[in-house]
Design a binder for this molecule. Structure first.
Ligand code: SAM
Length: 220
């Protein structure tokens, strides 16, 4: 059995009782960054062994991990924050588990885009999750595609690229398109600002933007 265990995106109170129990019970926790996960485990006094499973070794170790699962091991997979497999490692391992008949369960829990979308005031009945845009090659093509979508769409973005991203979105979607920037969700400096793309670009240009960011844009 493989458990995908979501972990807090800022506020440690967001870990679930079930996540804590599963993290205690499994034979091993595979973690994107073992140091980050060990800090979480120390906080909750969980002594389970931790191994590294990240973008740089997942191709090499996935088959070995699946073999251990087939032999009867029970593992948890965690990322640094949020839900594994959502703009984080996990897909390769889950796909191989599914192909090999290993049971996979994903616990419900924190993920950044859901609270951002729900609190944005933008239509949430249908949406497209884009994750991170490519920095260079393919960026214009994705922006073109996104700008024509009839539904709300969601991006993950870094603080130093936010203003450029909002300006480019304004060029492709039009400056008056409604959008939302959700920053530092669940943390002390949480900020959720909904306005036009043009106004958001001006507002964040004047600020020294810090923290983690979800950008949500209304449909065409
Ligand atoms: N697996 C995670 C999830 O379930 O949301 C996402 C991991 S991805 C590598 C990290 C990105 O998620 C950040 O760059 C940011 O765009 C977004 N993010 C994570 N935590 C956030 C927070 N507290 N507030 C806003 N965005 C956040």
């Amino acid at each position: 059995m493989l458990y995908l265990v979501p972990t807090p995106i800022g506020n440690l109170e967001d870990i679930t009782l079930r996540a804590l129990r599963i993290l205690k019970e499994v034979d091993k926790i595979w973690a994107e960054d073992t140091r980050v996960t060990k800090r979480l485990l120390n906080h909750f006094q969980i002594p389970t062994p931790v191994g590294a499973f990240h973008a740089f070794n997942e191709h090499q170790i996935t088959s070995g991990v699946v073999d251990q699962l087939k032999a009867g091991a029970t593992f948890a997979l965690v990322s640094d924050a949020g839900t594994p497999g959502i703009s984080d490692p996990g897909f390769l391992l889950v796909r191989e588990c599914v192909q090999e008949g290993v049971r996979v369960e994903c616990l419900p829990g924190p993920t950044a885009f859901v609270p951002a979308l729900a609190a944005s005031g933008l239509p949430s009945d249908k949406f497209h999750f884009e994750g991170f845009l490519p920095h260079k090659k393919g960026r214009q093509t994705r922006l073109q595609y996104l700008s024509a979508l009839p539904t709300t769409f969601i991006l993950y973005e870094s603080p130093n690229r936010l203003v450029k991203c909002l300006e480019q979105l304004g060029e492709f979607c039009g400056p008056e398109r409604p959008a939302c920037v959700a920053r530092e969700l669940t943390k002390i400096h949480e900020e959720i600002r909904t306005d036009t793309l043009a106004n958001l670009a001006v507002y964040f240009k004047e600020k020294n933007v810090k923290g983690e960011i979800v950008v949500i844009v209304g449909g065409a």
